[in-house]
Each structure stands twice: as structure tokens, then as C-alpha cells.
Design a protein around this ligand. Structure first.
Ligand code: SF4
Length: 240
């Protein structure tokens, strides 16, 4: 077969992305259609194994005839659509999102976002007088630490804890506006919550906001033996 696998078995949608035609099955997002052409659209909140909600807006693209930029992770490809994944308007939007994030959040341990800041020529002083999110590190269990001053509110940890994987519902958004953060219900400690310490939230976090305790202790200069002792003692202490 071909001619794009017989126009994806006759039910396909053909669109143009950055001057290249591509045919995809109905329901394909612009992000996936671009991926089929080898075009990488930057993302933060998107994860291949989680439901996309278009929260971070970094993946916005220009669709001809559309009034506003479209989030590629949730916008579906349509027949005859013409998409520009990286023009001046798109770059300005992505750059501003990154500059705002950088002004408010500690991104030191977010290498992918650091690379995006460089790629889009972000001016790290643009919002230098903006308020920074500064929150104490939460160390309430033997498995991992939570440093929400590094949290970009991508919602990946909440999704993986809920319907996308674990069905545990231990965490969710808390607060409003600038005070929004991730928390347990009624601000309980994690051991008091429904958390089962599966670690999936740590795996999907794109920043250093969620960090295995062992990794953190190694960074603090503790030896593996000292860590073993400490975490054993801590587990015992929490059981009593
Ligand atoms: S803790 Fe990590 S995964 Fe959860 S919302 Fe913040 S940055 Fe995203």
C-alpha cells in the first residue's frame, strides 16, 4: 500500500504541517500528526501515557483561519488544515510562557525546560521583579520529598495518581491563582492520605519537585550506608 497507507484506509484526514502534507486517522491530535512527520513540538504538561489537557500551553501552534493559537496536544487534525508549528507568533507565545515560568518557579532541576528556555531565547530578567513561589520542602515520609517551589503545576502527578494509572486520588490542586499548589486532601501528610507510595508521581514529574529521598540524601553528602540506616530508623519511628 501507501499514498499514506491508501489515505489511512480511506478514512484519513490530510493536512499540511510546515509545508508538508500528512494523512492521519480521524481523532489524531496536531501534536501526533506533527510527530508522524518527525516535527517535534515542545511540551511540558503533556506525557505520552497520560490524558492531555493542554494546561501549560507551550505546544501552541498557528492554524490558518483560527483566531487564536491552538494547543497541539489536544487540538485535533482536520481535513485541509494548514498548521505552522514554529513561526514568529508561536515563538513569542512560547518564549513568554517560559519567561513567566522562570520568573515564578525554581527550574534549576528541570533540564528539559532549561533547554527550551535557551532554544526560545528567553530573557530571564524580563519578569525579574515578579513574585517567586517559595515553599518549604515537605519531608513527611521515608520515600520521597516534595519541593513545590520547583512545581510547574503541570498536573501529571495528579493524573497518574488518579484515573490515568493508580486510581488512588491522594493528591489534587489546592488553593487559587498564584497560591495554587498540589496537596493532599485536607493537607494531610502523605502517610495519612490514601497514597500507596507507588512512586509513579515521581517518575512523571518533569522538574525536581518530587524527588526520591535516597537521591536527595546522596546530594546532601550522605553515604549509601548512612542512608540505609536513616531510612530504616525512620520507617521504624513512623510505625510506632
Ligand atoms: S509536582 Fe511535578 S508532576 Fe506534579 S504538578 Fe508539580 S511539576 Fe507537575
Amino acid at each position: 500500500m501507501n499514498i499514506q497507507q491508501e489515505k489511512i484506509l480511506n478514512g484519513g484526514i490530510t493536512l499540511t504541517i510546515d509545508d508538508q502534507e500528512v494523512t492521519v486517522p480521524p481523532g489524531t491530535t496536531i501534536l501526533s500528526a506533527a510527530g508522524a512527520l518527525g516535527t517535534v513540538i515542545p511540551t511540558i504538561c503533556y506525557h505520552d501515557h497520560l490524558t492531555a489537557y493542554g494546561i501549560c500551553r507551550l505546544c501552541v501552534v498557528e492554524v490558518e483561519q483560527a483566531r487564536v493559537l491552538q494547543p497541539a496536544c489536544v487540538a485535533e487534525a482536520r481535513e485541509g488544515m494548514t498548521v505552522h508549528t514554529r513561526n514568529t507568533r508561536v515563538e513569542r507565545s512560547r518564549r513568554t510562557i517560559l519567561e513567566m515560568l522562570d520568573s515564578a518557579v525554581n527550574l534549576e532541576e528541570a533540564p528539559e525546560i532549561q533547554a527550551q528556555l535557551d532554544d526560545y531565547g528567553a530573557n530571564r530578567e524580563r519578569f525579574e521583579n515578579g513574585e517567586r513561589r517559595s515553599l518549604p520542602i515537605i519531608d513527611d515520609n521515608p520515600m520521597f520529598l516534595r519541593d513545590y517551589s520547583q512545581c510547574v503545576l503541570c498536573w501529571r502527578c495528579v493524573q497518574v495518581c488518579a484515573d490515568d494509572a493508580q486510581y488512588t486520588y491522594a493528591i489534587n490542586f489546592s488553593g487559587r491563582g498564584f497560591e495554587t499548589s498540589i496537596d493532599t486532601f485536607f493537607e494531610q501528610s502523605l502517610p495519612e492520605s490514601t497514597c500507596v507510595f507507588c512512586g509513579q508521581c515521581v517518575d512523571v514529574c518533569p522538574t525536581g519537585a518530587l524527588k526520591p529521598k535516597r537521591e536527595w540524601l546522596l546530594e546532601q553528602g550522605q553515604t549509601p550506608d548512612e542512608i540505609m540506616q536513616m531510612t530504616r530508623m525512620e520507617r521504624r519511628r513512623r510505625k510506632t
